[in-house]
Design a binder for this molecule. Structure first.
Ligand SMILES: C[S@@+](CC[C@H](N)C(=O)[O-])C[C@H]1O[C@@H](n2cnc3c(N)ncnc32)[C@H](O)[C@@H]1O
Length: 181
């Protein structure tokens, strides 16, 4: 995918070809490594039945559905947030068929549509990279997490061919499991 298309994720609806970005995400979501990594992160997280969890920058909602499956026993639910109406339209159609407790809201990760301390977990995959000020987004995530809540974050380094494995531990971070093949 062209670099211009990757940058397009900052504002999908204003990009030159939203359908191209949607096709790209669909393709990536079917890559076994990506699916397995997401499941491994969930397994290693503290996200549990009964939790209220938000998927920030949810895109087509694949992870939101996975999260809803995890939390729905005991009355939990998952809320997907994205600034793109085109993404949310696809996400809603997908989730409807699942019958799981899922809601999608149009929103911006820089100003989350949640009360203070109202969530058990925030899940982010490939969205912080599009923020001009990721630290401000994380401060916002902290605001909406209840005490003891958890942020689960996955980002890739698209700039170079370098990989450090094992990744140096960062305070409060979950090691992401097996090295990439
Ligand atoms: C690369 S996609 C990843 C989607 C999904 N997390 C996944 O793993 O398939 C990035 C998503 O973040 C959304 N996004 C980018 N900037 C955003 C912002 N400031 N607020 C909310 N969503 C944003 C885009 O619309 C897009 O759906």
């Amino acid at each position: 995918m062209a670099r211009s298309s990757i940058v397009g994720f900052r504002d999908v609806d204003a990009s030159h070809d939203p359908a191209d970005l949607i096709r790209y995400l669909q393709t990536v979501s079917e890559v076994p490594f990506v699916r397995d990594r997401a499941q491994a992160r969930l397994t290693r997280s503290r996200i549990a039945p009964g939790h209220v969890v938000a998927d920030l920058g949810c895109g087509l909602g694949g992870d939101t559905i996975m999260l809803a499956r995890q939390v729905s026993p005991s009355g939990g639910r998952a809320i997907g947030i994205d600034r793109s109406r085109a993404m949310l339209e696809h996400a809603r159609a997908r989730a409807e068929a699942s019958g799981l407790p899922i809601e999608f809201r149009e929103g911006d990760i820089r100003s989350l549509p949640f009360e203070d301390a109202s969530l058990d977990a925030c899940w982010m995959e490939r969205v912080l990279i599009y923020a001009d000020d990721p630290a401000a987004v994380l401060a916002e995530v902290r605001r909406v997490l209840r005490p003891g809540g958890q942020a689960v974050v996955q980002e890739y380094d698209y700039r170079g061919g370098h990989a450090r494995w094992p990744a140096p531990p960062a305070p409060g971070c979950i090691p992401s499991g097996a090295p990439p093949r």
